[in-house]
Design a protein around this ligand. Structure first.
Ligand SMILES: Cc1cc2nc3c(=O)[nH]c(=O)nc-3n(C[C@H](O)[C@H](O)[C@H](O)COP(=O)(O)OP(=O)(O)OC[C@H]3O[C@@H](n4cnc5c(N)ncnc54)[C@H](O)[C@@H]3O)c2cc1C
Length: 495
C-alpha cells in the first residue's frame, strides 16, 4: 500500500469511481474491502491516519456484549456473536480467545451470572470459544492471582474474542489494496459535488501538500463516525442532528494488576454498567466509561471524574489496587449514538447502527461496533448498489481472509525498547508498505507504544524519528517538528 503510487493511479484514472468512501475507520475500511472484493472500483479518503478516530480507541473486544443481554437486546447480541465467529475464522492472526473472571461475593449472584453466560454461549451457537464455567475460590485465585480475596465466593469464567483494533484496520486496508481499492490517509473531504440535485463527487484537500482536487463517483459513502454530521451538512443545510456523542475512557496499567492471562469483568459499577480489566499486549486495559459530550474531537480528553470512576470501581475487585500513579497511558474514544428523533432522551439512544440515504443520494452510516463492521459494511454496499445504476454483485467478505501485514517480519531482531517490540526493520516496513507518514502513525496505530506506555514512548521517540527521517530523506527541522507535535500529543495520554 503506497500513497505515491496511489496518487499516480488516481491521476491516470479516466473513468469515475463506483464508490467514494469518506472516512478510514472500521466502517469506511470495511466498506472499501466489501466493495473492492466484489469487483467495484473504490477510493477511500481519510482526513488523518487510518483508524486515528474511534477505531483505534476501542476496548479491544470482539464480543456480543454481555451487558446488552441483561437489557434483553438479544438480536444485537446474536448478530455480534455470529460476526465474532466469522472474524475469528477470517483473521485468526488477530482475533484471539480471551477469558474473563466475574468474581462473586454472594452465592446467589454466582448462579445468576452463570445462567446469563450460558444464554450468551447458547446464542453464539458455535464451538470456537470455550464454554462458561462456575469456579471455586482456589481456581478463581489461580486464574486471576490479583483478585480481591476478601469474602470471595469463587466466580464464573467465560470466554470472548479480543484483537488489536488499529492493526485490524491496517490489515483490512492492505486487503482492500490487494483488491485494487485506492486508499489515502491525510486526504480530507472539504465539500460535495452536486449535479442536478444528486451528489456526484467530492472536493478533497491533500493535507500533506495542501493541493485541492475533485474526484467523481457513482455512490458516495459517509463513514466518518462522530463527524458524520459535518459531511451530512455539506449535503443539506436542513439536516437535523439525531446524533449524540458518548465518551469512553480507558486506563492502561501494568499486567501485575491481573497477574495472569485472564481478565476481570466487573459486573455492576456504581452507575450500573459493566467494566472490564482486559489483558492486552502484556498490559491491562481498565475501562470504560459512558458520558455524553457535546462536540466531536479527533483527540478527546478524559475528565478527572472518569479516571476516578474507573479506578474506584476496579479497586473493589483487586488485591493490589491500581492508583493514579500506576496509569501508564490513557486513551479515549467517542461513539456516535443515534436518537430515534430530535426529542429522544439519552436512555433512548440506540447502540445499533443506522444507514441514512439522503435525497441527493449521500449514504451515511452511523454507530455500530468494531465486532460488526463486516456485516454493517455489507449492508451499506448492498443498499448503495440498490440505490444506484450499478449492477448488483454479491458480497464475498463472509469467507474472505484478512491479510497479515506483519507476516514476514522477523520479531527476533534487536528492539529499540525493552517494553514493546519496535525495530528499524519494522519502522521501515510501516513506512514502505503501510503508509505510515508521521511519528504518531508509527507510535500509536502501526505499533501501539503510545497506547501502552507514554513514558517509554517519549523515551524512544527520538530514535524512531531518526530512522523515519533516514527512510523518508527528511532534514533535522522535520525531525524536530515531528517530535514537538508528538510530545504535545502525549500530554493527552497522560494523567
Ligand atoms: C470507548 C469505546 C469502546 C469501544 N469498545 C469496543 C469494543 O471493545 N468492541 C467493539 O466491537 N466495538 C467497540 N467500540 C465501538 C467501535 O470502536 C466503533 O463502532 C468503531 O470504531 C467506529 O468506527 P467508524 O469507522 O464508524 O468511526 P471512526 O473510527 O471514528 O472513523 C471515522 C473516520 O472518519 C474520518 N473523517 C472525519 N471527517 C472526515 C473528512 N472530512 N474527510 C475524510 N475523513 C474524515 C476521521 O478522521 C475518522 O478516522 C467502542 C467504542 C468506544 C467509543
Amino acid at each position: 500500500m503506497n500513497r505515491d503510487l496511489n496518487l499516480k493511479l488516481l491521476k491516470e484514472k479516466k473513468s469515475i469511481f463506483d464508490f467514494i468512501i469518506i472516512g478510514g475507520g472500521s466502517i469506511g475500511l470495511g466498506c472499501a474491502l466489501d466493495a473492492s472484493s466484489r469487483g467495484y472500483s473504490v477510493i477511500l479518503l481519510e482526513k488523518h491516519d487510518f483508524c486515528k478516530g474511534t477505531s483505534s480507541r476501542s476496548t479491544k473486544l470482539i464480543h456480543g456484549g454481555v451487558r446488552y443481554l441483561e437489557k434483553g437486546q438479544l438480536g444485537l447480541v446474536y448478530e455480534a456473536l455470529k460476526e465474532r465467529t466469522i472474524l475469528k475464522n477470517n483473521a485468526p492472526h488477530l482475533v484471539k480467545q480471551v477469558g474473563f473472571l466475574i468474581p462473586v461475593y454472594n452465592y446467589l449472584l454466582k448462579f445468576y451470572y452463570f445462567f446469563g453466560l450460558k444464554v450468551y454461549d447458547f446464542i453464539s451457537g458455535n464451538l470456537s470459544f470455550e464454554k462458561p464455567q462456575i469456579v471455586n475460590n482456589e481456581t478463581a485465585i489461580k486464574l486471576v492471582p490479583n483478585v480481591n480475596k476478601n469474602q470471595l465466593k469463587g466466580g464464573v469464567v467465560f470466554f470472548d474474542g479480543q484483537f488489536d483494533d488499529s492493526r485490524m484496520g491496517i490489515d483490512i486496508a492492505l486487503t482492500s489494496d490487494k483488491n485494487k481499492a485506492l486508499l489515502f490517509n491525510y486526504m480530507s473531504v472539504e465539500s460535495l459535488i452536486k449535479e442536478n440535485g444528486k451528489i456526484k463527487g467530492v472536493v478533497v484537500e491533500d493535507t500533506l501538500t495542501k493541493n485541492n482536487f475533485s474526484i467523481k463517483g457513482c455512490k458516495i459513502i459517509n463513514a466518518t463516525g462522530v463527524f458524520s454530521k459535518s459531511i451530512m451538512n455539506m449535503d443539506s443545510v436542513n439536516f437535523k442532528s439525531i446524533i449524540r456523542l458518548s465518551q469512553g475512557v480507558h486506563l492502561v496499567v501494568d499486567k501485575k494488576f491481573l497477574n495472569g492471562d485472564i481478565g476481570i469483568l466487573v459486573p455492576k459499577t456504581s452507575d450500573g454498567r459493566v467494566l472490564f480489566a482486559v489483558p492486552w499486549l502484556d498490559h491491562v486495559i481498565l475501562g470504560t466509561t459512558d458520558s455524553l459530550v457535546n462536540e466531536p474531537s479527533i483527540d478527546p480528553i478524559p475528565s478527572n471524574d472518569e479516571i476516578d470512576f474507573i479506578l474506584e470501581n476496579t479497586q473493589k475487585y483487586m488485591s493490589i489496587k491500581p492508583k493514579r500513579k500506576d496509569v501508564k497511558s490513557i486513551f479515549v474514544g467517542l461513539r456516535p449514538l443515534v436518537a430515534k428523533d430530535l426529542k429522544s432522551k439519552s436512555k433512548d439512544l440506540s447502540r445499533k447502527h443506522r444507514i441514512i440515504i439522503s435525497e441527493a443520494g449521500l449514504v451515511s452510516v452511523i454507530g455500530g461496533k468494531w465486532t460488526t463492521y463486516r456485516k454493517i459494511a455489507k449492508m451499506v454496499i448492498d443498499k448503495s448498489i440498490k440505490n444506484s445504476e450499478l449492477n448488483f454483485v454479491k458480497s464475498v467478505t463472509a469467507n474472505l481472509k484478512i491479510s497479515d501485514g506483519l507476516k514476514n517480519i522477523d520479531f527476533s531482531k534487536d528492539s529499540l525498547s525493552k517494553y514493546f517490540y519496535l525495530s528499524k526493520d519494522l519502522i521501515v516496513h510501516y513506512i514502505k508498505n503501510e503508509m505510515a507518514i508521521n511519528l504518531d502513525d508509527i507510535m500509536s496505530r502501526r505499533s501501539r507504544c503510545l497506547f501502552l506506555n507514554v513514558k517509554e514512548s517519549v523515551f524512544i521517540a527520538p530514535k524512531v524519528v531518526k530512522i523515519m527521517a533516514q527512510e523518508l530523506s527528511k532534514n533535522n527541522e522535520w525531525e524536530e517538528e515531528q517530535l514537538n507535535k508528538f510530545y504535545k500529543l502525549t500530554k493527552l495520554y497522560t494523567i
